[in-house]
Ligand binder design. Structure first.
Ligand code: FES
Ligand code: FES
Length: 158
């Protein structure tokens, strides 16, 4: 089988796998990185949300063959390191607002939130209700209100 090399959470990895295997299964099953959750597998629920070169992506929709050696994948496991702290400011906000219920969707929620705040900051503006409405990560426990509160709080410290 072909080999694919890319970076995950600051380290270079090489996997020997068919090219059409999606990144989510490479992360979870081959690399043991289980923060990105499997919900739908078809790019709908967003439970697997991670970052590719700093932008939110859904690894269940990315064939491993699409990755290049310089591509940097960041999962919830590597998020804190991107801030140089034990916990990323968004993770701290999540704890302070006691967001999680069952927790299953929460890694994806946090990764989507961080990518949103970064994008809005790059555009030189404040986060809006419309931005928050645009997040499409499903939470079957209905923690949406606390998620919105935590994103606003976390954004203050990013
Ligand atoms: S598992 Fe990736 S979007 Fe649902
Ligand atoms: S906290 Fe249970 S699915 Fe979101």
């Amino acid at each position: 089988m072909p080999e694919y090399t890319f970076r995950v959470n600051g380290a270079q990895v090489t996997v020997d796998v068919a090219g059409d295997v999606r990144l989510l299964w490479v992360l979870r099953d081959l690399l043991g990185i289980t923060g990105p959750k499997y919900g739908c597998g078809i790019n709908v629920c967003k439970a697997c949300t991670s970052h590719l070169n700093g932008k939110a992506v859904n690894p269940c929709a990315i064939p491993v063959s699409a990755l290049r050696p310089t591509d940097e994948v960041t999962t919830i496991e590597g998020l804190a390191a991107t801030s140089g702290q034990d916990l990323h400011p968004m993770q701290r906000a999540w704890l302070e607002h006691d967001v999680a219920q069952c927790g299953y969707c929460q890694p994806g929620q946090i990764m989507a939130a961080v990518a949103l705040v970064r994008r809005v900051a790059a555009e030189g503006r404040e986060i809006t209700d419309a931005d928050l409405d645009g997040l499409r990560n499903i939470c079957r426990c209905g923690t949406y209100f606390r998620i919105r509160e935590a994103i606003r709080a976390g954004a203050e410290n990013m």
